[in-house]
Ligand binder design. Structure first.
Ligand SMILES: Nc1ncnc2c1ncn2[C@@H]1O[C@H](COP(=O)(O)OP(=O)(O)OP(=O)(O)O)[C@@H](O)[C@H]1O
Ligand SMILES: [Mg+2]
Length: 510
């Protein structure tokens, strides 16, 4: 997808999506239509089993390139762009020297499990839920705080430099905004409430860093960015293709998708199918504690309005399982081919694939789980495995929607979906079958960028209010359930049996 042609003459909003596998920039017009896209992948660094890193300098270079690329493809100049919105892979943690702009270590990616043992230790006698009341999160290697602590403990001399005030911590929103707004020459060091709510360091109600948790985790306050709203002007881009344009929003990618899907009312939910899958439900202006393995998180905050909270079901591995089939197993040549292969058989042939590559996220939060393929017989072919791969995404979604129903009391009537995997028809049909509910996809499936653009546009008055944004949402496709209840129940039971078999694989290492 490059240039969709038919758009007005502007003005426009540009959104930067700093994702797990790539960075992209999309220019949108006032109707929320895509004018141009540019995208660039970056290297995934796997130094050891369970470790995942990114080169933050490479990422910043890519961001500059895709911004220039999108502006050029749109045939516009910085003067046509009213604001820049930022969205990003969440939790991925970076520390850098504020005097030189040099990262002190690679960014530690959200999927990285190196802090498992540290998280257990931080749980003390209370366990995983030690900070749940304040932060809405279990203590897990997924979140940023323990990654910061790991860096402070493992990068030589870092703690001293951090305490002296020379070191900045940030998730990728902070890194991009700091660099965009001038870097060593006056760059602003900020994050937004949604990204901050994924650190295990922010109090969900006060929306401030929690001093008690900081001291438990031994993280000096001097490294922390200022927590701001998701939609407000943080500063102005200095240099680059969009020099002079206000930087006016930041949201974690999943919250941006919630915003882009226009889930502005309590009870509205979306599910985004990318590297992982993340379902978020708007719960209004009160945080709802989960008793079923979901996270409580900030959905968004516009200017000085009240924050809007969300319940989240996070699945670590969905699209990345397809990538694994392609890159590590070599069973397919492109991600899209998984559908062709899976469609060549009627069913899974009895095979179930639970991709617990970095443990299990929601609703289990088990770091001792590892992946299994269960139910193998001599009958099973690679096509059955391909089917099991797609079904894994659908069953994991089903487990999340079950938990959402229990926590919120709201029965799922339809699921709004987006993300790269939603171009897979078989997957979307399977999802509808397993959920026994309609699945709908909007015209603009790039809801992550769209949400960041919407928030930035609201901040500068490009759009008047959320009603105007809602009017832009258009349905592009819908799938309705075709599976009979007996089959669904039987298959679900088999899936849950396979899930059980992943647990306890890793025994206390030390
Ligand atoms: N037709 C397809 N069928 C199944 N999976 C697909 C298909 N096309 C893409 N994918 C998967 O979707 C993912 C890419 O989707 P998307 O671009 O939304 O990812 P993302 O999570 O936004 O990336 P990032 O993490 O960089 O933000 C990849 O993991 C890819 O394997
Ligand atoms: Mg993404």
């Amino acid at each position: 997808m490059t240039n969709t042609g038919s758009h007005g003459t502007g003005p426009f909003i540009a959104a930067i999506d700093q994702g797990t596998t790539s960075s992209r920039c999309i220019v949108f017009d006032r109707d929320g239509r895509i004018v141009s896209v540019d995208q660039k992948e970056h290297e995934q660094i796997f130094p050891k089993p369970g470790w995942v890193e990114h080169d933050a300098k490479e990422i910043w270079t890519n961001v500059q390139e895709v911004v220039a690329g999108a502006v050029e493809k749109a045939g516009i100049t910085a003067a046509d762009v009213k604001a820049i919105g930022i969205t990003n892979q969440r939790e991925t943690t970076l520390m850098w020297d504020k005097n030189t702009g040099e990262p002190v270590y690679n960014a530690i990616v959200w999927q990285d499990t190196r802090t498992d043992a540290l998280c257990k230790e931080l749980g003390r006698n209370v366990g995983q839920d030690r900070f749940r009341r304040e932060t809405g999160l279990p203590l897990a290697s997924y979140f940023s705080g323990p990654k910061v602590r790991w860096l402070l403990d493992n990068v030589e001399g870092l703690r001293e430099r951090a305490e002296a005030g020379d070191i900045l911590f940030g998730t990728m929103d902070s890194w991009v905004i700091w660099n965009l707004t001038g870097g060593v020459n006056g760059g602003v060091h900020v994050t937004d409430v949604t990204n901050a709510s994924r650190t295990l360091l922010m109090n969900l109600r006060s929306l401030e860093w929690d001093e008690r948790i900081l001291s438990s985790m031994e993280i000096p306050a001097a490294v922390l960015p200022e927590i701001r709203s998701s939609a407000e002007v943080y500063g102005t881009a200095q240099g680059g293709a969009l020099a002079g344009v206000p930087v006016a929003s930041a949201l974690g990618d999943q919250q941006a998708a919630l915003f882009g899907q226009t889930c502005y009312d309590k009870g509205e939910a979306k599910s985004t199918y990318g590297t992982g899958t993340f379902m978020l439900m708007n719960t209004g202006d009160e945080p709802v504690q989960s008793y079923n393995g979901l996270l409580t998180t900030v959905g968004y905050r516009i200017g000085d309005e009240k924050p809007v909270y969300a319940l989240e079901g996070s699945i670590a591995v969905t699209g990345s399982l397809v990538q694994w089939m392609r890159d590590q197993m070599g069973l397919i040549k492109s991600a899209a081919e998984i559908e062709t292969l899976a469609s060549s058989v009627e069913d899974n042939g009895g095979a179930y694939f639970v991709p617990a590559f970095s443990g299990l996220f929601a609703p289990y939060w088990r770091s001792d789980a590892r992946g299994v393929i269960a139910g193998l017989t001599r009958y099973v072919t690679k096509a059955h495995i391909a089917r099991a791969v797609l079904e894994a995404t659908a069953w994991q979604t089903r487990e999340i929607t079950d938990a959402m129903t229990k926590d919120s009391g709201v029965e799922l009537t339809a699921l709004k979906v987006d993300g790269g995997m939603t171009s897979n028809n078989l997957l979307m049909q399977t999802l509808s079958d397993f959920l026994d509910a309609p699945v709908v996809r909007p015209m603009v499936a790039e809801t992550t960028c769209l949400g960041a653009a919407y928030a930035a546009g609201l901040a500068v008055g490009f759009w008047p209010d959320t009603d105007a944004l809602r009017a832009n949402w258009r349905r592009a496709a819908e799938w309705t359930p075709r599976m009979d209840a007996d089959t669904r129940d039987r298959e679900y039971k088999s899936w849950l049996k396979a899930v059980e078999r992943t647990m306890g694989w890793i025994e206390d290492e030390e």
